[in-house]
Design a protein around this ligand. Structure first.
Ligand code: URA
Length: 266
């Protein structure tokens, strides 16, 4: 429900949370062109025989998710380094989200870090900057990590289940997850963390096979990277904690367990 408050800042924050991140005016803009290239050219309607640009941009694989997932698996397996995997993703045309996203959001942090965090998908800020967890929930995530002495420069490597922003921050479809899953699985295998943390329900469902987050958060599970089995834990998503700050105490408990496990591993 739209907040009754008339405070413009609160209203803007609500719109941002709902995924309304671009202001509209009366002139149409192509947000996919570089700012310098955006010419105020006179617009003409294309002849009826032309395929609209948006339709041309949609890859054929949209209609064949199995084929796209198969091709994703083959490409991901061929990559032997994280750089190769990033290049493979950048050239992958099997996921329709690529057509609406501004940037590929591959990873941030230290790939040598002992903890790997995997979130859901980029939001508007991440899409704009090409880095995961840089918006409001990312700032909270950084504070949560700092509370147990971790930071992304040294200790953690961060990625997402999906590397492209779903339009309007909608929940990714099961097909989109299935298509992108081989890439994140390979990314985890190549980063080879000692501990995997799934941030939020879609990540925990996609990687750990759980069906809910409230009953599984803070529980230690095992994740098979393909190389070895590592401890893995789902935690609540910081975007949820921004809406439900009282539940931060649950996450504080989970983070203390993460810290204890790291200390134990030495
Ligand atoms: N939420 C996520 O799950 N990932 C991001 O990168 C940003 C917000």
């Amino acid at each position: 429900m739209i907040p009754a408050a008339t405070d413009p800042a609160e209203l803007a924050a609500w719109y941002a949370e709902m995924g309304v991140t671009e202001a509209l005016d009366e002139t149409p803009h192509d947000h996919f062109t570089e700012p310098a290239a955006a010419q105020p050219a006179p617009r003409r309607l294309p002849p009826r025989t032309e395929t609209p640009a948006a339709a041309r941009a949609l890859p054929a694989a949209v209609a064949a998710p199995d084929e796209a997932a198969q091709s994703a698996r083959a490409l991901a397996q061929q990559a032997t380094t994280l750089d190769e995997l990033k290049a493979a993703l950048a050239g992958f045309e099997g996921c329709a989200l690529k057509a609406t996203a501004k940037n590929l959001v591959f990873a941030d942090g230290n790939p040598e870090g002992r903890v790997m965090l995997v979130g859901e998908a980029p939001g508007a800020d991440e899409d704009r900057l090409g880095l995961p967890f840089v918006g409001r929930s990312g700032q909270l995530l950084d504070l949560m990590l700092a509370a147990i002495g971790l930071n992304r420069q040294e200790h953690v490597y961060i990625a997402n289940l999906l590397p492209w922003r779903p339009p309007g921050n909608r929940t990714p479809t099961p097909q989109e997850v299935a298509i992108c899953l081989p890439f994140i699985q390979r990314q985890i295998e190549l980063a080879d963390p000692d501990i995997l943390v799934c941030v939020g329900k879609p990540s925990a469902m996609g990687l750990l096979g759980v069906t809910g987050i409230m009953a599984t958060r803070g529980r230690w599970m095992e994740y098979d990277t393909g190389k070895r089995r590592v401890p893995a834990m789902p935690i609540l998503h910081p975007a949820y904690l921004l809406r439900k700050p009282l539940d931060k105490r649950l996450t504080w408990r989970d983070l203390r367990a993460l810290k204890a496990a790291l200390d134990k591993l030495g």
